[in-house]
Design a protein around this ligand. Structure first.
Ligand code: ATP
Ligand code: MG
Length: 320
């Protein structure tokens, strides 16, 4: 059973020049205990989707379609109800821990405030106990809750933020580039920690990253985004060993062997389209080596092939 689902979801930014179609008609689902990787190059809409789920985007943002958690549609939900879900049902881990860890508050105070938002009657004592428990889980000595986050190393700050996202025991955690700002060794440790925690808490996680190497290992399923669309969705091994969409194939070829952190896209000629006026056919067509006439004329539908879902005319034709 899916814990979260998006259907026909659109998230557009309103600007003076028009709407930026950052997430444009996507379908997505994640099951209990599952890790779903969301990958794609810069600007394709990954963070928009992640933050859109929490409704923390600018107030002028336009939403359409369905985002469902436990049968409730976040798209039509009022701010007051969203606030009850934010943090409690859906936790978020950002690339920069400072966005959640207020540097002028002691760690224990940050946790206390977060707990109090959802459990107004909680005592300081009880909050400390729960904070100690999650801090221990992420490998931080509980006594360090008396410190400020600026006294922590980058890796520890990221651990503290993970603990903060877990303290309310959410159903779904959205991790947006959780390891990008860390060095390679600490990156591996954080990924290992996230893996342990999701098993222990049986939580679901959307892991957003531009790094296919990171998700291939950690995720059960991977969704590849391109210019606001999900163009391929497949089990990790399937995606890694038998990519279907030309964009996924090129993305995989562009992973340098030596340093998986440095996703080098220079092998894909051209650049992603402007999301104010995206191409009317397949959004990847202008860069696609296999482009046919239909590709620039009509948007392909998502088709299922060997258990993968692909949005590409190459496969649509095979089907009919
Ligand atoms: P990255 O890998 O660089 O983090 P991303 O996949 O997370 O990229 P988004 O941040 O979701 O991409 O951006 C998607 C598109 O929306 C981009 O074209 C971006 O310029 C645009 N965008 C993001 N935030 C806003 C905003 N507040 N107002 C207008 N446009 C925005
Ligand atoms: Mg982003």
């Amino acid at each position: 059973m899916s814990v979260f689902e998006a259907r026909g979801l659109k998230i557009y930014y309103k600007t003076k020049r028009g709407y930026i179609k950052a997430v444009d008609n996507i379908n997505f689902s994640i099951e209990k205990g599952q890790v779903v990787g969301l990958v794609g190059e810069s600007g394709c809409g990954k963070s928009t989707f992640g933050q859109g789920i929490l409704k923390i985007l600018p107030p002028t943002t336009f939403y359409n379609g369905v985002m469902e958690i436990e049968g409730k549609n976040l798209v039509t939900m009022g701010e007051e109800d969203i606030r009850k879900i934010r943090g409690k049902k859906i936790g978020m881990i950002f690339q920069d821990p400072m966005t959640s860890l207020n540097p002028i508050m002691k760690i224990e105070k940050i946790f206390y405030e977060t707990l109090k938002t959802h459990e107004p009657d909680i005592t300081l004592e009880e909050a400390r106990e729960r904070t100690a428990r999650v801090l221990e889980k992420v490998g931080i000595k509980p006594e360090r809750m008396k410190e400020y986050s600026f006294q922590f190393s980058g890796g520890m700050r990221q651990r503290a933020m993970i603990a903060l996202s877990l303290v309310l025991n959410p159903t779904l955690v959205i991790a947006d580039e959780p390891t990008t700002s860390l060095d390679v060794i600490v990156q591996a440790q954080i990924m290992e920690l996230l893996n342990e925690l999701r098993r222990e808490y049986d939580m679901s996680m959307i892991l957003i990253t531009h790094d296919l190497g990171v998700v291939a290992e950690a995720a059960d399923k991977i969704c590849v985004m391109y210019a606001g669309h999900i163009i391929e969705e497949a089990k990790s091994e399937e995606l890694y060993y038998a990519p279907k969409h030309p964009y996924t194939q090129l993305l995989l070829k562009s992973i340098p062997n030596t340093n998986i952190n440095d996703l080098d896209l220079k092998y894909i000629p051209g650049s992603p389209p402007d999301l104010l006026n995206p191409p009317k056919g397949c959004r990847f067509a202008p860069r696609c080596p296999f482009k046919k006439e239909i590709c620039e004329l009509k948007e392909p539908k998502v088709v299922e092939i060997d258990g993968s879902k692909v949005k590409c005319w190459l496969y649509s034709e095979v089907k009919v």
